[in-house]
Design a protein around this ligand. Structure first.
Ligand SMILES: *Cc1c(COP(=O)(O)O)cnc(C)c1O
Length: 410
C-alpha cells in the first residue's frame, strides 16, 4: 500500500502522505526533531509550512473530483500544516501513521475507542492519569466495555488478569503523580502472545526518552500539551500507530470528526524544533533539584525514576534513555497549614495542574481517593514538581526558603 518516491523516502500512508524532510533514522533524534516534517520547496522555500486555513478544497476538473486525485480532500481530513506535524510525529515515533487531536485526553479517548467495543474487557493501569480512568469508568462503561484496573508493578502477572474477552491493555509509565515504573516488555510479551492490543500514555518520556513502538506497543499516545508544545500555550494530542492498529485508528478518528486548528499544528511544529534541547535541560535541572531534595531534612522521599533510590530505577535504566523534569516528593509530616505556607512562599513555582511548559510548577496531590487496585501510602504530604528552564541554583534557593518557612510554621 505504501508508495515510495525514487529520490527520497516520500511515501503515501493511507490517505495522508509522509514527507521526506528529516525522515532519516540514521541521524540522531536531536538532529531529526529540527528537520522532521519540513518540506520548504513545496512552499517557495519558506522553512515552515504555512498556517493553512481552510475547509473547502477544490478540484481542477470533474475527473479529479470524482477520482479523488488531490493530496487533500477536505479541511477536516488534514491540510499542509497538520500533515507536517503528523509526518514529524510518525517519523519520531517510528510508527506507521499519526492522528492529531485537540487535547491529550481526546488522544487517549480516540485511541481507546479505535480498539474496544461492546462486550470487550480492558485492563487499565491503576496509576493512569485520573481523567483517563474516568473515561473508562464513565463513557466506556456506558458503552458496554468493562475495565479492570491493575497494579503498575504487576509485570508478567498481568496474564492472570486476562479474560477471553480482554481486548486491550493500557499502560502509563511512570505512573501519574506517584511514578511507579511498569515492566513494559513483560506486559507486551503477554499481550502479544494473546493477540491483545497495547496502548501507552507516553507523555512523561516523550518518544525521545522512550520508544513505545520499538518495545512492541501498538498505540503510542502523547499529550502534546506538555513537552511537545512546551510553552503552556497549547492543548494538543497525538496518537501514533504501528501495524494493524493504524487502520482502526485513522478510521475512528475520521468517523468521530476530530481535527485540530492549523494554528495549533503550527505551535506543535514550533515546539518540536526545541524539544530535545528543552528536555535535556529539564532532565539535568530536574535531577539536580531531586538530588538536593533527597538530602533535605524536611523531605522523606523523592519519587524520581532516575534516582538510584527509586524502586523502579533499574527498569527505568533498562528501558528509557532519559527523564523529563516532572517528579514528586513526600514531605516529612507537617500540618496542612504548614504545607500551605510552603506553597504560598514559593516565588518561581506557579501552582497549576499542568506541566511540560518552560516554567516551574508545584501542586499537592493525594491519590488515595481514586486508586482501586493499589493503596496509596504516603507518610507525609505529597507534592508534585515540574522543574522548568530556570537556573537550577535559583530553583533550589526558592525551594529552600519555602521549606524553611514551612518548618517555621509547623
Ligand atoms: C496532561 C496529561 C494528559 C491530558 O492532556 P490534555 O491536553 O490536558 O487533555 C494526559 N496524560 C498525561 C500523563 C497528562 O499529564
Amino acid at each position: 500500500m505504501a508508495r515510495h518516491c525514487a529520490r527520497c523516502r516520500y511515501r503515501q500512508m493511507g490517505e495522508f502522505f509522509m514527507s521526506h524532510a528529516g525522515d532519516d533514522d540514521a541521524l540522531a533524534p536531536e538532529t531529526r526533531v529540527v528537520h522532521l516534517g519540513l518540506d520548504p520547496f513545496r512552499f517557495d522555500g519558506f522553512v515552515n509550512p504555512p498556517v493553512v486555513r481552510g475547509s473547502t478544497v477544490l478540484s481542477p476538473t470533474y475527473k479529479d473530483l470524482v477520482g479523488h486525485t488531490g493530496r487533500y480532500s477536505y479541511g477536516r481530513r488534514g491540510n499542509p500544516t497538520s500533515e507536517a506535524l503528523q509526518n514529524a510525529v510518525t517519523a519520531l515515533e517510528g510508527g506507521d501513521g499519526t492522528v492529531l487531536t485537540p487535547s491529550g485526553l481526546s488522544a487517549i479517548s480516540v485511541a481507546l475507542l479505535s480498539v474496544v467495543g461492546a462486550g470487550d474487557h480492558l485492563l487499565m493501569v491503576d496509576t493512569a492519569y485520573n481523567p483517563t480512568r474516568q473515561f473508562c469508568t464513565r463513557v466506556l462503561k456506558r458503552m458496554g466495555v468493562e475495565t479492570t484496573h491493575y497494579d503498575p508493578l504487576v509485570g508478567a502477572g498481568i496474564a492472570d488478569l486476562i479474560r477471553p474477552n480482554t481486548r486491550a491493555i493500557f499502560l502509563e509509565s511512570p505512573g501519574s503523580q506517584s511514578f511507579e515504573m511498569q515492566d513494559i516488555p513483560a506486559i507486551v510479551a503477554v499481550a502479544k502472545a494473546r493477540g491483545i492490543t497495547t496502548l501507552i500514555d507516553n507523555t512523561w518520556a516523550t518518544p525521545l526518552f522512550f520508544k513505545p513502538h520499538a518495545f512492541g506497543i501498538d498505540l503510542s499516545i502523547q499529550a502534546g500539551t506538555k513537552y511537545l508544545g512546551g510553552h503552556a500555550d497549547l492543548n494538543l494530542g497525538t496518537v501514533s500507530a504501528k501495524g494493524d492498529a493504524w487502520k482502526g485508528l485513522i478510521a475512528t478518528h475520521g468517523d468521530m470528526g476530530i481535527c485540530i486548528s492549523p494554528d495549533d499544528a503550527a505551535l506543535g511544529l514550533r515546539g518540536l524544533r526545541t524539544l530535545a534541547v528543552r528536555l535535556a535541560r529539564h532532565q539535568a535541572s530536574g535531577l539536580e533539584v531531586a538530588r538536593w531534595l533527597e538530602a533535605s531534612p524536611y523531605v522523606s522521599r523523592v519519587l524520581h525514576p532516575a534516582l538510584e533510590s527509586h524502586p523502579g530505577h533499574a527498569v527505568w535504566k533498562r528501558d528509557f534513555t532519559g527523564a523529563c523534569g516532572l517528579f514528586s516528593l513526600i514531605l516529612k509530616p507537617v500540618p496542612e497549614a504548614a504545607v500551605a505556607t510552603f506553597f504560598d512562599s514559593l516565588k518561581l513555582f506557579g501552582m497549576g495542574y499542568s506541566w511540560g511548559g518552560f516554567e516551574c510548577l508545584a501542586i499537592p496531590f493525594d491519590c488515595s481517593s481514586y486508586r482501586t487496585a493499589t493503596r496509596w501510602q504516603a507518610e507525609g504530604p505529597a507534592v508534585r514538581l515540574h522543574i522548568g528552564l530556570e537556573e537550577p541554583a535559583d530553583i533550589i534557593a526558592d525551594l529552600e526558603q519555602a521549606l524553611e518557612k514551612m518548618a517555621a510554621a509547623a
